[in-house]
Design a protein around this ligand. Sequence first.
Ligand SMILES: [Zn+2]
Length: 234
Amino acid sequence: MRVLAIGAHPDDVEILCSGTLALCAERGDEIFIAIATNGNVGTGDPAITREQIGAIRHEEAKKSVANIGATLIWMDFDDEWLFNNAETRTRFIDAIREARPDVMIIHDLNDYHPDHRTAGAIARDCRIPASVPLVKTKFPETPIPTVFAMDTVLGNSFEPEIYVNITSVIETKKKMLLTHDSQAAWLKHVFGAEITDNMLIQGKFRGAQAGCEYAEGFKLMHDWPHTGDSRLLP
Ligand SMILES: [Zn+2]
């Protein structure tokens, strides 16, 4: 199977669904991780420019996805300024067409950050047009994938329908997130927490709900036309 996860920022996919992606990789799936924005405001260090932090985060993303042998699709839009328009939709359609996914994992439309909600909305809106031949972009059309929403950050306003037991790959998930080294000090400054703290709390909480040590939560997007279901996840 082919699996595409689309995150708004470098590190979102690591926090919210990389355990599931690691399990998909273990079962032999081909994994693609697309990142909409380049994270170019993700620092509080006045000596670092937007271009520099964007480049640093691109390198961190490359290293992170290599842990599970995934292909990185770097869309390079500005952090904090993601909008649903013709340019972003065209780029998202190409990301979907490049990955040709059976399963697509996107942000939930209730997440806290506008870039997350917008990335989720664009991805959802591009599910059908990516399959339409006369919608011309760089890559040819691809079949309509089954779409799952990943959990929101710390699970706010999100009731999972599906849990994936990620206990066996929690160290891989941790390793992937820790690759985003530039964010460790920044997140501590903004949220007062270590970079892995909230991810581990959320994993434990979803695990307690699911009856295992660590889990990730998902919802099936019930959009027409209905394609697959929860059996597509590991
Ligand atoms: Zn984010």
